[in-house]
Design a protein around this ligand. Structure first.
Ligand code: HIF
Length: 290
């Protein structure tokens, strides 16, 4: 009765140890599949978990990670989700190995695992999401538009139930990964170590001079020193807005504060709209690899 088949005694009920096995399998695959992008699928897994969760609307209670409706068109074809097939496909062998886990639990667990495996803080996680069918797909336009300013950031993340401090803390995840011209139209990484979770995003926002990039693509910013890094208009909005800026400065100076506050807000993001039967104290603290 390996890996989630039901037994004569009844349906398979996974334990914390079973979820740790899923974590370990993701970590193992992350360590082996290095022939992708900057050498890791971690960043795109973080983006998958976020886009699955970030459709949440606190007023109607719709959207959020419960459902994994990005498996289906139209949601998979929403412009904001371009490129996330790489992340979903990366997780298919894990789903095949542990058929008892729902896609919605798997995608969020993978986001937590990627952050931990890339050197970030522990992201306590709990199961309880159910997959839904295509009818539960959210309408296009719930995820943020990078060409916009601080008002848009507040509208989109306010709809999910986040405050200003939480919006800035979350934004530090752009320490990971890069933009791709064939996905969003933007191009480049936010910092020099896109596969390591650090507070460098905030340090660079504060310490660098960011100029508008001269190119044919959408309006984005580039660092004066090397012209190899990138900030989106929504990233620059964090240093233009006085209230956001206060937190950017704080996280740039204090990596521990950033890690702590990021962990809390990422846990909240992954749980938006999920009708858990378990309690917050039942969250699993996964052991990272090595
Ligand atoms: Fe991103 N984000 N994000 N993002 N994002 C991109 C890539 C990543 C926004 C836009 C973009 C968050 C907020 C916002 C990650 C994680 C998070 C890209 C590039 C764009 C355009 C996609 C591509 O071309 O491949 C906007 C407008 C946001 C609101 C301000 C979150 C906080 C930072 C919530 C978050 O966790 C990650 C990781 C990537 C890198 C993906 C990769 O494939 O490397």
């Amino acid at each position: 009765y390996l890996n989630g088949e039901s037994t004569p005694a009844g349906p398979f009920v996974p334990t914390k140890e079973d979820y740790q096995k899923v974590y370990d399998a993701i970590a193992h695959r992350l360590a082996n599949e290095t022939d992708y992008d900057d050498g890791s699928y971690g960043p795109v897994l973080v983006r998958l978990a976020w886009h699955a969760s970030g459709t949440y609307d606190k007023v109607t209670g719709t959207g959020g990670s419960n459902g994994a409706t990005m498996r289906f068109a139209p949601e998979s074809d929403h412009g904001a989700n371009a490129g996330l097939k790489h992340a979903r496909d990366f997780l298919e062998p894990i789903k095949a190995q542990f058929p008892w886990i729902t896609y919605s639990d798997l995608w969020t667990l993978a986001g937590a695992a990627a952050i931990q495996e890339l050197g970030g803080p522990v992201i306590p996680w709990r199961p309880g999401r159910q997959d839904k069918d295509v009818a539960a797909c959210t309408p296009d336009g719930r995820l943020p538009d990078a060409s916009k300013n601080q008002d848009h950031i507040r509208t989109i993340f306010g709809r999910m139930g986040f405050d200003d401090r939480e919006m800035v803390a979350l934004s530090g995840a752009h320490a990971l990964g890069r933009a791709h011209t064939d996905r969003s139209g933007y191009e480049g990484p936010w910092d020099f170590s896109p596969t390591v979770f650090t507070n460098d995003y905030f340090k660079l926002l504060v310490d660098e001079k960011w100029n508008q990039r001269k190119w044919n693509g959408p309006a984005q910013f580039t660092d004066k020193t090397t012209s190899t890094l990138m900030m989106l208009p929504t990233d620059i909005a964090l240093i233009k807005d006085k209230v956001f800026r206060k937190h950017v400065d704080r996280y740039a100076k204090d990596q521990d504060a950033f890690f702590k506050e990021f962990s809390d807000v990422y846990v909240k993001l992954l749980e938006l709209g999920v009708p858990f039967e378990s309690k917050p104290e039942d969250r699993i603290v996964f052991k990272a690899s090595e």
